[in-house]
Design a protein around this ligand. Structure first.
Ligand code: AMP
Length: 279
């Protein structure tokens, strides 16, 4: 496994790689089994796998946890080595954005304006801009994104379509701990009692899905089912529980197959998101 720390070195390396078969997994590090599942899939489907680790400052709001975002380079590199990754790209923010303010920003309307986009203004501009940059630098054939960040996945798919990036976006299922909690780098912040509250999110989503499987299609009732479960916990705040379509994240009144129930809530200082696809 080779670690590449500059944009220039990554671009030079890219010229030597086979054109047809490069799988790419962009991450912010502090890796867990969810990230490893994306890596495993990329390894399976490509001759060569590039993983990036970059805690992207521009996707964090002024009052968010950029400075405190968990980081552990040594552990991440060990995990990637164990998973037989070929190349790890770990650029600095200065190298990615340059010394002057980056004035080119990728902004998407609609799908990026609701829910996460509304609660975290500028978040998807940061995500789209950095992913566009990474795609231009790494020039992958296929890129792997988790369903855990369902709206991000929809935003990236739309960006790729709208801007004609020559990359195929591969969605990967959400990996959960045995108790049901969706794996996340931020889970490390949760105390045992926070975790008990956090678990109610996946429990609520599971209960709503069971109702849907029994034939319930009224989105208000399905959303209520999630909220009922979450009411047993000690959330610092619930940003949203909504039932939306997976394309543009518009709210739906009827829960048709493919609809997604999305949740964002704060437990202590930690903001968690999760979702359940109804299929
Ligand atoms: P992050 O490092 O949190 O930015 O995540 C990097 C990639 O891993 C994104 O595509 C995420 O959607 C994906 N990911 C994060 N958590 C999970 C999970 N529990 N299961 C599957 N993919 C995940």
């Amino acid at each position: 496994m080779q670690v590449i720390r500059t944009v220039a070195a990554m671009q030079d390396l890219r010229k030597t790689l086979p054109e047809e078969s490069i799988g790419f997994v962009p991450t912010m590090g502090y890796l867990h089994a969810g990230h490893a599942s994306l890596v495993a899939r990329a390894r399976l489907e490509n001759a060569c796998t590039v993983v990036s680790i970059f805690v992207n400052p521009t996707q964090f709001g002024p009052n968010e946890d950029f400075a405190n975002y968990p980081r552990d380079e040594e552990r991440d590199l060990e995990l990637l080595e164990t998973n037989n990754v070929d190349f790890v790209f770990m650029p600095s923010a200065l190298d990615i954005y340059g010394a002057e303010k980056n004035t080119a920003v990728v902004h998407l309307n609609t799908v990026a304006d609701t829910l996460e986009g509304a609660k975290r203004p500028g978040h998807f501009d940061g995500v789209c801009t950095v992913v566009a940059k990474l795609f231009n630098i790494v020039r992958p054939k296929q890129a792997y994104f988790g369903q855990k960040d369902a709206q991000q996945l929809a935003v990236i798919k739309k960006m790729v379509r709208d801007l004609n990036f020559a990359v195929k976006i591969i969605p990967c299922p959400t990996r959960r701990d045995p108790d049901g909690l969706a794996m996340s780098s931020r889970n490390v912040y949760l105390s045992p009692s926070d975790r008990a509250t956090a678990l109610l999110i996946s429990r609520g989503l599971g209960a709503a899905k069971a109702l849907w499987q029994e034939g319930q299609r009224d989105s208000a009732l399905l959303v209520d089912r999630v909220r009922q479960e979450m009411a047993h916990g000690n959330f610092a705040g619930i940003d949203y529980v909504e039932l939306v379509n997976g394309e543009d994240f518009a709210k739906m009144t009827e829960a048709l197959p493919g609809a997604i129930i999305v949740v964002a809530a704060k437990v202590g200082q930690t903001r968690l998101i999760d979702n359940m696809v109804l299929e």
